[in-house]
Design a protein around this ligand. Structure first.
Ligand SMILES: [Zn+2]
Length: 121
């Protein structure tokens, strides 16, 4: 007897990208997505002073979702906030291109007047 499992639509744990799977234990589009997510989790653990909220994770996923593997992208703040991102949240800061820059996990957030550049670190 052949069993046919229907494919279910899932959303990637790292970026909310939709994908189809028959497996109940698959949470990422592919291994690269899983690695990216694991790296983000490791980065998060590295900073013991960090207190994370669901807002950080949600905002990170939204930003990764619009970034879609590009090295960087500039988006309107209104658009990102409309998607539910909280651009006041960050996990650290660093000097990038000579400027003190806010970081959310492995993304740098470079603000402009009405937009923000999201850069993959
Ligand atoms: Zn993903």
């Amino acid at each position: 007897m052949k069993s046919f499992k229907p494919q279910k639509l899932r959303y990637c744990k790292c970026c909310q990208e939709p994908f189809k799977t028959t497996r109940t234990d698959k949470f990422f589009v592919d291994a690269a997505h899983q690695k990216r997510y694991n790296n983000a989790v490791q980065n998060k653990k590295r900073d013991k002073h960090l207190s994370l909220t669901k807002g950080h994770i949600k905002t990170y996923r939204i930003l990764q979702g619009v970034l879609k593997n590009q090295p960087k992208i500039t988006m309107s703040k209104d658009f990102l906030e409309g998607k539910g991102a909280d651009l006041t949240l960050f996990t650290g800061s660093d000097f990038i291109d000579g400027m003190k820059t806010v970081i959310l996990f492995d993304l740098a957030l470079i603000p402009h007047d009405t937009s923000v550049t999201i850069k993959q670190l």
